[in-house]
Design a protein around this ligand. Structure first.
Ligand code: AMP
Length: 188
């Protein structure tokens, strides 16, 4: 199985590139952010997740790990998965390793999109015009998401680096150029 962790700060282009990669490599795309946003808005779980997301904070690990595992369990006989926006903490990365090992597979590689902070802020504010997401529209919340990424999520790269699975990819340029770089990293 090809299990790709597509990593990077908010606004790095993970969702855009996941759509292209899933078609090329025939993978299932799992975005925990999309899963949270897709929950029945009246459910307690959706309200809880939204209370964290709207402020730019991470949903607690225990909830996120359960959601991710149940999402993966929905699929069988697949070629692989793109994990987009998961894992975002070292505890989540450890849980994913344990979970995949129990299924007889493992993370193939982490592809980390590298984008300067100023570019991220520009992209998120532009995305707010079409996404309608509260967490894209407010510069303070954007800053909190970036700070949370730097403090809690960036260390996850070291977790995969220690396993020899980290590949960094420049996430600036045209969508097609970035996609080409990702494909070369996957195929090499
Ligand atoms: P995203 O769509 O990836 O930008 O995620 C939007 C929001 O959903 C994040 O700011 C978090 O509040 C929440 N979220 C998504 N994935 C995770 C995760 N792996 N761990 C914790 N919170 C998450």
């Amino acid at each position: 199985m090809l299990n790709l962790v597509l990593f990077g700060p908010p606004g790095a282009g993970k969702g855009t590139q996941s759509d292209l990669l899933k078609n090329k490599y025939e993978l299932v795309h799992i975005s925990t952010g999309d899963v949270f946003r897709g929950l029945d808005p009246n459910s307690d779980l959706a309200k809880l997740a939204k209370s964290y997301a709207d402020e730019g904070n991470l949903v607690p690990d225990e909830i996120t790990i359960k959601i991710l595992e149940s999402e993966v369990q929905k699929h069988s006989n697949i070629k692989g998965v793109i994990y987009d926006g998961f894992p975002r903490t070292t505890a989540q990365a450890e849980a994913l390793d344990t979970f995949l090992t129990s299924k007889g597979t493992e993370v193939s590689m982490m592809l980390s999109l590298v984008v300067p902070e100023e570019e991220l802020k520009k992209r998120l504010l532009a995305r707010a015009e079409v996404s309608g997401r509260a967490d894209d529209a407010d510069p303070d919340i954007i800053q909190n998401r970036i700070d949370t990424y730097n403090s809690s999520t960036a260390p996850v790269a070291a977790f995969y680096k220690a396993q020899g699975k980290l590949k960094e990819v420049k996430g600036v340029g045209s969508i097609e150029d970035i996609f080409e770089r990702l494909c070369s990293a996957i195929d090499s």
